[in-house]
Write a protein that binds this ligand. Structure first.
Ligand code: PLP
Ligand SMILES: N[C@@H](CCOP(=O)(O)O)C(=O)O
Length: 467
């Protein structure tokens, strides 16, 4: 399997190269040259298998011969062995149609662990084969940061610099990052939003004064390996609910369009998905794009679901590339215009293509709180604000009642204790393994929302590619 850039101007790479590269040199995102296809029997055979085995089956076509079957199986065992639930990502039934897929049983209590536990191991394996040191630069609205730090802290041949928007993530999220003591971990709070942090990260990939000396890579979902690992749980859940004989819909709380794009890939690979529901909070660029063709940025409004406070959704570029005929020059021109004008209109043909896969909804704070109370009262489930946005959208959108709707439960409620308590009156307790989080000492740097300040910080501390 080879990977090409959505902007058409980077040499094709194999899976190992694409994992270490993160973002393409032309500013684009890597995608496989073609979507691998599964037939019905492949999906039937997944029912009842342990998560790690489904993971190896789903990811194998993307990895090719870069890892042997045994190596891949061993990495999956190791990555998913750290999850606190035997099923790794268990399904929970709420009523006759609504289900939750709990993706928060990993070490840092959000869905990010599913991909990042594996990515940490992939980095280690590939770096052991190559004589180079990696500098990971990431941006987080709260969850990617802690999951990436957990996956990389203390590893040889890799440093991680993680930018978070100062004061705009929950105290649990911040402490999960800033209390980790490891010589290769640097936490930076920047003035600004997640979008500002992500823009700085992307700019660094295009800055030859950085890339000339340091081997930069990504842990955000701009890195293909992140998305690949997230495709797995769509197959895992659907096969338990009767796929391929029965269609399943998924409702996905969305920000950077990574998680729901992984669902789109699952559909392209042959999983019979009725629809993917793109659920946003009031930062609703994706809902406006999918419902009215208007992909234009606005100011980012801080909300009780801070991980979704995003107005530039990186992975939307992967969708545009795919539905516009995989023409890199066209996508490059489109993205250049968007970067300049901060808006883009989707024409009717593109919207029709997207409509075949997606529905969308914007969920306001009152409806988010209502969904939390509904889950509590109807099913005895305490859910986090992001999951509540997905569930609210799932319950409001018209889908045939015979089709199960699976809402991705993307975070543990204890990560957002204040918001959950406000809505439900219940203050979730931190799981025992991080029960002392508030006794641990924090350390992080603060920087202005200024690219040069961040670049100077990173380049002063990072280890050059050649060690
Ligand atoms: C808890 C939670 N839910 C939902 C999302 C949105 O996912 P994505 O950015 O892949 O759309 C995020 C952040 O990515 C998150 O941390
Ligand atoms: N919600 C994320 C923001 C970045 O998303 P990613 O999936 O592209 O890493 C976070 O919590 O950090």
């Amino acid at each position: 399997m080879e990977y090409i850039s959505t902007r058409g101007n980077s040499a094709p790479l194999n899976f190992e190269q694409v994992t270490l590269a993160g973002l393409a040199g032309d500013g684009g995102l890597y995608v496989p040259t073609a979507w691998p296809k599964f037939v019905a029997a492949d999906i039937t055979a997944m029912a009842g298998l342990p998560y790690a085995e489904v993971a190896a089956r789903v990811m194998k076509p993307f990895i090719g011969d870069v890892l042997s079957d045994d190596e891949l199986a061993e990495l999956c065992e190791q990555a998913y062995g750290r999850f606190a639930h035997a099923a790794v990502t268990p399904l929970v039934q709420l009523d006759g149609q609504q289900w939750l897929l709990e993706l928060f049983h990993g070490p840092t209590l959000a869905f990010k662990d599913v991909a990042l536990q594996l990515l940490g191991l992939l980095f280690e394996k590939f770096l052991a084969r190559q004589d180079k040191h990696l500098t990971v630069v990431g941006a987080t609205s709260g969850d990617t940061g802690s999951a990436a730090i957990d996956a990389l802290a203390g590893r040889d041949k890799v440093d991680i610099f993680m930018l978070h928007p100062d004061g705009r993530i929950s105290d649990v999220q911040r402490r999960q990052m800033t209390t980790v003591r490891a010589p290769n971990v640097y936490n930076i709070a920047i003035d600004g939003s997640f979008d500002d942090a992500q823009a700085m990260v992307k700019r660094m990939f295009a800055d030859q004064s950085v890339t000339g000396k340091f081997a930069i890579s990504a842990v955000n979902s701009i890195n293909w390996a992140r998305l690949m690992a997230q495709i797995v749980y769509y197959f895992f859940a659907a096969s338990q609910l009767g796929s391929p004989l029965r269609k399943v819909a998924f409702s996905v709380p969305t920000g950077n369009f990574g998680d729901v794009f992984a669902g789109y890939v699952a559909a392209q690979m042959g999983l019979p998905i009725e629809r993917l529901i793109v659920a946003t909070n009031v930062n609703d660029i994706l809902h406006r794009a999918l419902s009215a063709g208007d992909y234009s940025t606005g100011t980012v409004t801080p909300t009780a679901a801070p991980s979704m406070d995003i107005q530039v959704s990186s992975n939307f570029e992967r969708l545009l590339f795919d539905i516009e005929g995989r023409d890199g020059a066209k996508t490059a021109a489109r993205m250049a215009a968007f970067e300049k004008n901060k808006n883009m209109q989707l024409d009717t043909a593109m919207r029709e293509q997207a409509d075949a896969f997606f529905k969308s909804a914007r969920v306001d704070p009152d409806d988010m709180a209502l969904a939390m109370r509904w889950a509590q009262e109807e099913a005895g489930q305490i859910i986090d604000p992001h999951t509540a946005i997905g569930l609210s959208a799932a319950r409001s959108i018209d889908i045939d009642s015979a089709v199960p709707i699976v809402t991705l439960a993307t975070a543990h409620p204890a990560k957002f204790r204040d918001a959950v308590e406000r809505a439900t009156g219940v203050r979730p307790i931190l799981p025992r393994r991080i029960g002392d989080l508030f006794d641990r000492e924090e350390a992080y740097d603060r920087l202005p929302g200024d690219y040069d300040a961040v670049k100077d910080f990173v380049t002063a501390k990072a280890t050059p590619a050649n060690g």
